[in-house]
Design a protein. Structure first.
Ligand code: HEM
Length: 136
């Protein structure tokens, strides 16, 4: 690579701040109307939660590092322990993300798939209530 060639981050490939702000805003529109997920948030400011997820996503994909400056190490699994996340909550979270991604009408299907696969893995990692057969 020549010295003048710049490394393009995924953040830039996605479309930078505008892309992530729209994605997260659309996701939270879904969460606000979700009867399982919305009640998990009232103690918090929903707008603040939206801002934190936006900062995290931007940082994760190589954009501004504001999340770390404000919140420190993500330790997301630990931070989600206070919420009861079973398979239903996980799948609802993913459904709103899926809807939000589709609404972005991404041209690059490989990039779209990369985003989706990351979120599927992360959402499964965040589940903290076992739903193994016989547990009901
Ligand atoms: C699986 C279902 C999930 C549920 C039900 C859930 C729910 C929540 C709730 C209720 C909060 C607290 C709101 C706040 O104060 O910010 C939160 C915070 C957060 N969530 Fe999730 N979440 C899920 C999955 C995920 C995933 C997959 C990611 C990342 C890809 C994520 C990233 C975050 C971040 C960055 C915060 C803010 C953490 C902080 O700095 O305090 N969440 N989530």
């Amino acid at each position: 690579m020549s010295d003048t060639e710049k490394q393009v981050t995924p953040y830039e490939q996605f479309g930078g701040h505008e892309f992530f702000a729209k994605l997260v805003a659309r996701f939270y529109q879904g969460v606000r109307h979700d009867s399982v997920l919305a009640p998990m948030y009232p103690a918090h400011e929903m707008d603040e939660a939206e801002r934190r997820l936006l900062m995290f996503m931007e940082q994760y994909w190589g954009g501004p590092q504001a999340y770390g400056e404000e919140r420190g190490h993500p330790r997301l699994r630990m931070r989600h322990m206070e919420f009861a996340i079973d398979a239903e909550a996980r799948d609802r979270w993913l459904t709103h993300m899926h809807d939000a991604i589709l609404e972005m009408n991404m041209q690059d299907s490989e990039l779209e798939n990369q985003l989706w696969m990351y979120l599927v893995g992360a959402a499964h990692a965040m589940q903290n209530i076992d739903d193994s057969p016989g547990s009901h």
